[in-house]
Ligand binder design. Structure first.
Ligand code: ADP
Ligand code: MG
Length: 580
């Protein structure tokens, strides 16, 4: 094949791929430009997960006509003049390629007016070239509109995910920025509906509360450290609080949101003693460092950064976090006993989030009620698909070992978590279909303080949650009140369970069929209501579980499709021992 130099249009489209992967990348770049332009208010409007339209408006310094005609050209930037200025970088942008990349992959309109000038400019850009330029009257600041993302790159358009997933990415992106800039007002709208509003606040903690809800704030410990080259600030969660992924860990270096294995690992190391392997703490870490000691230019999206002195960074962050945690243990809990004030220090055990429940006698009661109301009690024995089982013992705190009750022919191994999850799941599905909702009123209703992302999720699923036996109602602002829960959930030990359920609801993705949606919700609620692997059970608790399992239509699989029970026949054992 002959070698040819690609034409400029093709080069631009290829290069754009590095910076603009999806709608959320555009949102990120445009917000960064607004922040660099000294905006105190940024409004992001998107339609159809950003695939159809993305519009970012700011009240920043704006551009005059000359600059507005340059800004979307390749390598056009007002932020650095030469490579040495990278050492003193104060802005988020510097590569001068965001706008040109965006213009290569979508139809763009820029409306801008420089502060202090009378007339603004509107430019329409298509395939990287200006199509139309107009003088117009507008407010100072800049609005950038991107329509029909990848209209000219069908192959890339195909790789976009569902609207909901793209929107989730956008929410994440806006949240990342809003956390770091408490002095800026952010608002995100999707198809005209308000998704997230982060008003200006005077400090980081107020900002976190606005974004994630009050419930989070009480679980946080402040951190602070300062020396010549590095300052560390922020909040980390107490050791008794943790979630099952790293989504609530936010790292910023010089106010730039970054992913950093180094910092993730420091956090793991600090909490290693306190948390099980599959639980992760929450962290908001702000590192201010001499720009000379980092390289932000290792990746086009600037998400990854390199520290030149990793070892020192490790040591300062590690000891800052460790000391903050240790201080939090020492804070005594105050208890008022009569007139005396007694101080008690949290015991080692209390530091872990082993708030998981093992008592589920309520479950048997609940099931009876449901069975009765459906008049299924009488043919219960007939339907059982699993033989009666005699419990021998619990193994590894997770498996119930038993044998066939009437004969000695089968060795039976049951996964307690999978079984319990399945029982609750089936009951929840029944509740959906039945008129009686079998709810359990909470003695004291619990207030749920929601972050903005959580709020948008609960709004979407509120009706379906209430139909399954919850009673959750709006309580003004970002608060909801939980009055009752499905009876199969038992006592609601901690409001965290609801937060975990909401977190999982986000993963449902696009589902239009209500019956499938109900199944998914039941799956999620069941997962968060069941006994865990690791809970010690008494023989009678194990018998309870088995009896309930025997009454299920399909006792053999958990809601995720994994097996609940393994039966090893005597024959099979004999074969393995070479007796047959
Ligand atoms: P970079 O941010 O790396 O400089 P961009 O392509 O994102 O590159 O933007 C090019 C230039 O356009 C910026 O340097 C800036 O001068 C100007 N610009 C872009 N967006 C805005 C905005 N919202 N307000 C004012 N100026 C802007
Ligand atoms: Mg930029």
């Amino acid at each position: 094949m002959e070698i040819k130099i690609l034409d400029e249009n093709t080069i631009n489209k290829i290069a754009a791929g590095e910076v603009i992967e999806r709608p959320a990348s555009i949102v990120k770049e445009l917000i960064e430009n607004s922040i660099d332009a000294d905006a105190s208010k940024i409004v992001i409007e998107v339609e159809e997960g950003g695939k159809k339209l993305i519009k970012v408006s700011d009240n920043g310094i704006g551009m005059d006509k000359k600059n507005s005609l340059l800004c979307f050209k390749k390598h056009a930037t007002s932020k650095i003049r030469n490579i040495n200025e990278l050492e003193n970088l104060k802005t988020l942008g510097f590569r001068g390629e965001a706008l040109s990349s965006i213009c290569a992959v979508g139809r763009v309109e820029i409306i801008t007016k420089k502060r202090g000038q009378l007339i603004g400019t509107k430019i329409l850009i298509e395939n990287g070239r200006e199509k139309k330029i107009l003088d117009i009257g507008c407010n100072a600041g800049t609005t950038t509109i991107v329509k029909d993302l990848f209209y000219n790159l069908p192959a890339r358009k195909k790789f976009l995910k569902t609207k909901r997933t793209e929107l989730a990415n956008i929410i994440e992106q806006v949240t990342n920025m809003a956390i770091a800039y408490h002095e800026i007002y952010f608002k995100l709208l999707h198809n005209g509906k308000e998704i997230l509003v982060a008003p200006k606040t005077s400090n980081l903690l107020d900002n976190i509360v606005n974004i994630f809800g009050k419930d989070l704030a009480k679980d946080l410990v402040p951190i602070e450290y300062k020396d010549k080259d590095i300052k560390i600030k922020g909040y980390i969660s107490k050791t008794e609080v943790a979630i099952k992924n790293q989504k609530m860990q936010f790292f910023y270096v010089n106010k730039r949101y970054v992913k950093s294995y180094l910092i993730s690992n420091i956090i793991k190391d600090v909490y290693r003693k306190y948390l099980p392997k599959d639980k992760f703490p929450i962290a908001f870490l702000f590192i201010e460092i001499n720009p000379r000691l980092i390289d932000v230019n290792v990746h086009p999206t600037k998400r990854l950064i390199k520290f030149s002195n990793e070892k020192e960074i490790y040591n300062s962050i590690f000891s800052t976090l460790k000391n903050a945690l240790q201080d939090s243990f020492l804070a005594p809990k105050m208890e008022l006993m009569g007139k005396e004030i007694k101080f008690s220090f949290p015991k080692d055990k209390e530091r872990f989030m082993v708030k998981e429940k093992t008592d589920f006698s309520y479950l048997a009661k609940a099931q009876k009620k449901i069975l009765k109301s459906e008049r299924m009690l009488k043919d219960k024995e007939k339907k059982a698909k699993i033989p009666e089982i005699e419990v021998i013992c619990q193994f590894a705190n997770n498996y119930i070992i038993g044998r066939g009750f009437r004969d000695d022919e089968n060795l039976i191994i049951i996964d307690q978590h999978a079984v319990h999850e399945k029982i609750i799941y089936e009951q929840l599905i029944k509740i959906y279909d039945s008129k009686e909702k079998h709810t359990q009123n909470l003695l004291t209703p619990k207030i749920l303080e929601l972050g903005l992302k959580e709020k948008s999720i609960i709004e979407e699923y509120l009706d379906l949650l209430n139909e399954i036996g919850f009673r959750i109602e709006e309580f003004g602002g970002n608060s909801y009140i939980v009055k009752s829960v499905p009876i199969v959930m038992g006592r609601l030990e901690s409001i965290d369970v609801i937060h975990e359920i909401i977190e999982d609801l986000l993963t449902i993705g696009i589902v239009r069929e209500t019956s499938i949606l109900k199944e998914k919700i039941a799956q999620i609620v069941a997962c968060h209501s069941s006994v865990r692997a690791g809970d010690v059970l008494t023989i009678s608790q194990m018998n309870d579980l088995i009896n309930q399992l025997r009454n299920l239509d399909n006792p053999f699989n958990c809601p995720h499709g994994r097996p609940t029970i393994i039966i090893l026949s005597k024959r099979e054992l004999e074969k393995r021992f070479g007796r047959r």
